[in-house]
Design a protein around this ligand. Structure first.
Ligand code: UFG
Length: 328
């Protein structure tokens, strides 16, 4: 079993993946600046409160602990915000990753799993999206991840640093039995907003456009349960530990659901009507983002076991009381 540094392990996807890796028997040390991550997501003995832009602090940690590999989740994630303050994204996401890569190269740790995004593709020329489609980011957020992916490719070629870039589609769901779930502030993601509208905790939902070329006119997305993402990380890690070379993988199920279909699924799960209205399109939303997940299934043997929309909604709903109690 390996000793892993998890950067951003106090956040949403990082904390679910840490939980998964610990259950597999790996040893994890979490580095997080706790700006958007939560202390309650990490066992105190595993947490080091360090900003990944602090290269000397990272180097000290690498010298003190003998890590086999790094999983890197630490990032700012709001596409809309990135168009208002682009430099925040280049500093936190690109600069932070470069600092982490520097510390890894200095200490001789040569395996990293990097959290990339479907946003690297922008508006794709065809759907479902395959990994060989070109980088066409349409936001500073997407570009900040493209820059890291490119740096990782060059470092694989010339510096012996092996990486797996996982391009997430729409991460969602929760692991309520481990007290983990989505706790973004502010929350901008569809499923938690629809759940809160249904249960009366949040405002009615605005559907951002019903004039897209989809089944019902609303945007179509590929929703992946956060624990299926966690298993993708575990497989990517094993690929590197087994001596595998650098690869890029889409993380999605290959099945798309529209915004109106998500609302219907929440109505079925809760037995309540979701108050909603139809609004204008949101800037920067592509009509359809659905992954071709053949590569990760065939090369890593990944399977989605929890990403049926009803299962995602049920788990997110079950986490709501935990979230509400913490927020009160
Ligand atoms: N939507 C609404 N109303 C809302 C919120 C969202 O109609 O109040 C719609 C959006 O227009 C979109 C869909 O619901 O069509 C999903 O929106 P999210 O905000 O939940 O997620 P995005 O697809 O915009 O973004 C997600 C991640 C990004 C990542 C992107 C890659 O949050 O980090 O997928 O595709 F870059």
């Amino acid at each position: 079993m390996a000793k892993i540094l998890v950067a951003g392990g106090a956040g949403y996807i990082g904390s679910h993946t840490t939980h998964y890796l610990l259950n597999q028997g790996h040893d994890c040390v979490v580095v997080d600046n706790l700006v958007t991550g939560y202390r309650h997501n990490v066992e105190p003995s595993r947490l080091r409160q360090i900003d990944i832009q602090d290269t000397p602090a990272l180097s000290d940690l690498f010298a003190a602990e003998k890590f086999d590999a790094v999983l890197h989740f630490a990032a700012s994630i709001a596409v809309g915000e990135s168009t208002k303050i682009p430099q925040k994204y280049f500093r936190n996401n690109t600069g932070g990753s470069f600092s982490l890569i520097d510390a890894m190269l200095d200490s001789g740790v040569n395996k990293i799993v990097f959290s990339s995004t479907a946003a690297v593709y922008g508006t794709p020329a065809k759907t479902p999206i395959t990994e060989d489609m070109p980088f066409q980011a349409e936001s500073p957020y997407g570009e900040s991840k493209v820059m890291v992916e490119k740096a990782l490719q060059w470092n694989a070629q010339f510096a012996g640093l092996n990486s797996v870039c996982l391009r997430y589609f729409n991460a969602c769901g929760a692991e309520p039995k481990a007290n983990r779930g989505e706790e973004h502030i502010p929350e901008t993601h569809l499923i938690p907003l629809v759940l809160r509208a249904a249960t009366g905790v949040g405002k009615p939902v605005t559907v951002f456009g019903t004039d897209y070329p989809t089944r019902d006119g609303s945007c179509e997305r590929d929703y992946i349960h956060v624990m299926d993402l966690a298993s993708a990380h575990a497989l990517a890690l094993q690929h590197l530990l087994d001596g595998g070379s650098s690869r890029q993988f889409n993380c999605g199920t290959g099945e798309g659901f529209t915004v109106l279909e998500v609302i219907k699924a929440v109505e079925e799960a809760t037995g309540k009507k979701v108050p909603h209205s139809i609004g204008p399109r949101r800037d920067g939303d592509p009509s359809t983002l659905v992954a071709d997940s053949t590569r990760i299934r065939t090369e890593l043997g990944w399977k989605s076991t929890r990403s049926a929309l009803a299962d995602i909604v049920r788990d997110a709903l079950e986490f709501e009381p935990i979230r509400l109690q913490r927020a009160s």
